[in-house]
Design a protein around this ligand. Structure first.
Ligand code: ATP
Ligand code: MG
Length: 395
């Protein structure tokens, strides 16, 4: 078992609140990724879980037992550090054996277990080498293997892939995810890399300035970012964020900004200042018809702009446009070339628009009230913009 509960954990260093009142449940078998920009408190939080750092306030439970005051070596957690922290004067075999022999385990059992975990991460042929005779990727495997030898209740890892080159990082990412599935153990994994988080996590805890910004599955964070920060952090290229105004007009909820118009579902809302978020992959580009400003097909929002630059990424292209004062990026298929200076409409569907309260930065949610007569079928493209009444409320 390895179920961890964090209750209002905080840690300050003098006047810096490195971790600020974080409550979180990590279920047994979760692959929890602590994600966030540099300095947001990930390592501090992980070190408190490991018992290497005392909280200023708050408590920690492991399998229903309060471990806040339990010393690190009795917590039954294994840590993999970014630096790997291998003993340079010991062979790989002895590095792996160390966590067991230091606890007085039987020598034959230790040797058998070392062979077993070396097999698991495919370093059996390296057992006689010293750490300095290994590549970065091999050292990383040894560090993981050393964490494995003890059957800990949970694995704690602090950016364990950051010293590897891009190709090895991708391969090791897949191996770690496979290892997690095989072991079924709890992993808590620190990274600032959203791709690592999206690909490996069963659950992501997004941190910002020591506080918990959002917790959820990778899909939840991507599809329903809880805040402007979450929308901006998840996804590459970043979500386009536009200061706009929410209002109702002629029974429809509208969003407006310079050169931006969106008429959404039917409904009423008090006027408010918002931030509109649209991911680049949800914008469809059309050349602006010279005759008039047309409403592009299947669009609920239209942005008028001018192409500034397009970047060929191989599989698709990024088209950067000037919309009012803003730079808006769309991800488009490569077939069509977009010349700088072309006047365009960037269109998006209502369900791809993210609305956030400007003052609080928090997500505003549509509360649709489908009526029996007009409840749209799930796949009915035409239905999404009609026949549904909505109110806009904080999520
Ligand atoms: N021992 C310390 N003394 C003083 N301040 C500290 C100490 N450790 C961390 N901090 C501060 O606490 C904040 C959080 O640091 P932390 O190392 O947890 O960030 P992080 O999210 O792991 O960042 P990174 O991605 O750069 O590793 C930072 O502002 C940092 O400067
Ligand atoms: Mg760190």
């Amino acid at each position: 078992m390895g179920r961890l509960v964090l209750n209002q954990l905080s840690r300050s260093f003098k006047d810096v609140k490195a971790v600020d009142n974080i409550s979180l449940v990590v279920e047994d078998g979760d692959f929890l990724v602590l994600l966030g920009p540099s300095g947001c408190g990930k390592t501090t939080l992980l070190r408190m879980i490991a018992g290497l750092l005392d909280p200023t306030s708050g408590t920690l439970e492991l399998d229903d037992r309060d471990i806040t005051d339990v010393p690190s070596r009795r917590r039954d957690l294994a840590m993999v550090f970014q630096s790997y922290a291998l003993y340079p004067h010991l062979s790989v075999a002895k590095n792996l054996a160390f966590p067991l022999s230091v606890r007085g385990a039987d020598r034959r059992k230790v040797a058998a277990r070392v062979a077993e975990v070396a097999d698991m991460v495919e370093i059996g042929h390296l057992l006689d080498r010293k750490p300095k005779e290994l590549s970065g990727g091999q050292r990383q495997r040894v560090a993981v293997a050393r964490a494995l030898v003890r059957h800990p209740k949970a694995f704690l890892m602090d950016e364990p892939l950051s010293n590897l080159d891009a190709k090895l990082r991708t391969a090791t990412r897949q191996e770690l995810a496979a290892l997690h599935r095989r072991l079924g153990a709890t992993f808590i994994y620190v990274t600032h890399d959203q791709i690592e988080a999206m690909t490996m996590a069963t659950k992501i805890a997004l941190l910002n300035g020591g506080r918990l910004e959002q917790v959820g599955t990778p899909d939840e964070l991507y599809d329903k970012p809880a805040s402007v920060f979450a929308a901006g952090f998840m996804g590459s290229p970043a979500t386009n964020l536009i200061d706009a105004r929410l209002a109702s007009r002629d029974g429809k909820i509208t969003v407006t900004a310079p050169d931006v118009e969106a008429a959404l579902w039917e409904g009423e809302t008090p006027e408010r200042e918002i931030v509109l978020g649209i991911r680049p992959e949800h914008l469809v580009l059309e050349e602006l018809d010279a005759r008039s400003f047309i409403e592009p097909a299947a669009a609920d929002a239209a942005l008028r702009g001018v192409v500034e630059l397009s970047e060929n990424l191989g599989r698709e292209q990024l088209v950067h446009c000037r919309v009012g004062e803003l730079r808006i990026t769309a991800m488009c298929p490569r077939e069509q070339r977009w010349e700088a200076g072309t006047a365009v409409v960037l269109a998006a569907r209502a369900e791809h628009l993210h609305l956030f309260d400007r003052a609080s930065g928090r997500r505003l949610e549509w509360q649709a009230e489908p009526t029996l007569a007009s409840a749209p079928a799930a796949n009915d493209d035409a239905a999404h913009s009609s026949g549904r009444r909505a109110a806009v409320v904080p999520a």
